[in-house]
Write a protein that binds this ligand. Structure first.
Ligand code: SF4
Ligand code: SF4
Length: 394
């Protein structure tokens, strides 16, 4: 759906009028307050609609503007997204509206962690982390962010990294950050349980979707976090968006998102929104998130197919003689083919240090994927991107 069509249609039409009229409706929202389903984000006390905006795939400020006027409150970005342009785009738009009328969450990745275990090394320093955060603030044109996540944490050791944790608490004291959190999409249960025990974290951003095979453990960890006052935000809610590389079988996006919201311990979700069609669907769910029987049937049928989403369960890694970071390679594959986001796939590949065809010396694949992925084939496919200069993609 194009922007003009979006503004003419259904519930979105009033947002269009708002924008075209050039009037500020900041904080009021397009839907009536009582039409939107809100939940409270743990001890932060923030009341958020169950749908927020995952900005990572969008460089379109008119989409952000429409979402903002339609009642979406929280916008989630990261230091690395689009090489900084994602934060810049948000900074340009939000500099024209009242600061207290929206919630910004960004993420900064600690440097130097081991790519397979996530254990910090000597290169993991607060200095580097703070330098990147300052740059994020400059790009966002803001004095503070509402939520700062330590990005992509997969080990308990990183959750407890004293130097960085103290630096984040100090940012909070200085008012540069209102709340601190962690984002995780591997070993999520371990990370969340460790956070709950620490007693200092305000928010966790975790992968959460209907395709995860370890969902019981994850639900228990989320429950524990909620009881400890940590607000829970869900990402990767669409589980890759598509079930096949050729994009012939889409995930039922509305059903997948409603499935996530059906867990009352999840405060809000950050589906990636890059089109007005997706925004329209997500706005409808924001006021009517009930999972229907037909939604459940669709999701059960989809769950039986391999799809593009890697659980990051790491069951395959011990069997690989080359010690390849297979979950990260599969995530890059999903970014490329599911989200059509080559820049995120390329950034992730570059973080792993993988060059093209890292399986070439291995005649037969000696490891297996619980989802039945052909790992050798997929790795050969996605690792081709490592040879493409980033500026040709971004
Ligand atoms: S073919 Fe399989 S076992 Fe060999 S390097 Fe690749 S992923 Fe590892
Ligand atoms: S590739 Fe398969 S086995 Fe390996 S982490 Fe992903 S889902 Fe698990």
């Amino acid at each position: 759906m194009k922007r003009r069509t979006f503004f003419r249609s259904g519930i979105a039409s009033a947002a269009g009028l708002t924008l075209l009229g050039g009037k500020s409706f900041a904080g009021k929202g397009l839907l009536e307050e009582n039409e939107i389903v809100y939940r409270t984000l743990g001890r932060t006390g923030l009341k958020l609609p169950v749908v927020s905006f995952g900005v990572m795939r969008s460089d379109n400020s008119s989409l952000v503007e429409a979402a903002y006027h339609a009642g979406i409150k929280m916008f989630d970005t990261a230091h690395v997204y689009m090489n900084g342009r994602n934060e810049e785009m948000l900074g340009n738009f939000f500099s024209s509206v009242p600061r207290e009328s929206f919630i910004i969450a960004t993420k900064v990745k600690p440097a130097g962690a081991d790519q397979n275990t996530g254990i910090p090394t000597r290169e993991t320093t607060a200095k580097d982390f703070l330098k990147n955060f300052d740059l994020s603030l400059q790009r966002l044109k803001m004095d503070y962010v509402d939520i700062l996540y330590l990005h992509n944490v997969i080990s308990a050791e990183m959750v407890r990294h004293k130097e960085i944790v103290n630096a984040m608490l100090d940012l909070k004291k200085k008012g540069k950050v209102r709340f601190i959190g962690i984002s995780t999409h591997k070993n999520e249960s371990l990370v969340i349980n460790t956070m709950a025990e620490a007693g200092i974290w305000d928010v966790v951003l975790t992968s959460y979707n209907y395709r995860q095979t370890y969902i019981d453990d994850l639900n228990n960890a989320i429950k524990k976090a909620t009881e400890a006052g940590i607000g829970v935000v869900a990402m990767k809610t669409m589980a890759g968006g598509w079930l096949d590389k050729e994009k012939t079988k889409p995930v039922n996006a509305a059903a997948a998102l409603k499935w996530v919201i059906s867990n009352p311990d999840i405060c809000t979700t950050i589906p990636g929104i890059s089109t007005f069609d997706q925004l329209t669907t997500d706005l409808e769910i924001m006021s009517d998130p009930v999972l229907t029987e037909s939604d459940k049937t669709d999701l059960m049928a989809e769950a039986s197919l391999p799809g593009l989403y890697c659980n990051a369960c790491s069951n395959c890694t011990p069997g690989c003689p080359n010690n390849l970071p297979i979950p990260e390679l599969m995530r890059a594959y999903m970014y490329a083919y599911g989200y059509s986001n080559l820049s995120m796939a390329s950034e992730l590949l570059s973080e792993t240090g993988i060059k093209s065809d890292p399986c070439s010396g291995c005649e037969t694949c000696t490891t297996n994927c619980v989802r039945g992925f052909n790992l050798k084939e997929k790795i050969a496919d996605i690792s081709r991107l490592a040879d493409v200069p980033y500026d040709l993609i971004a």
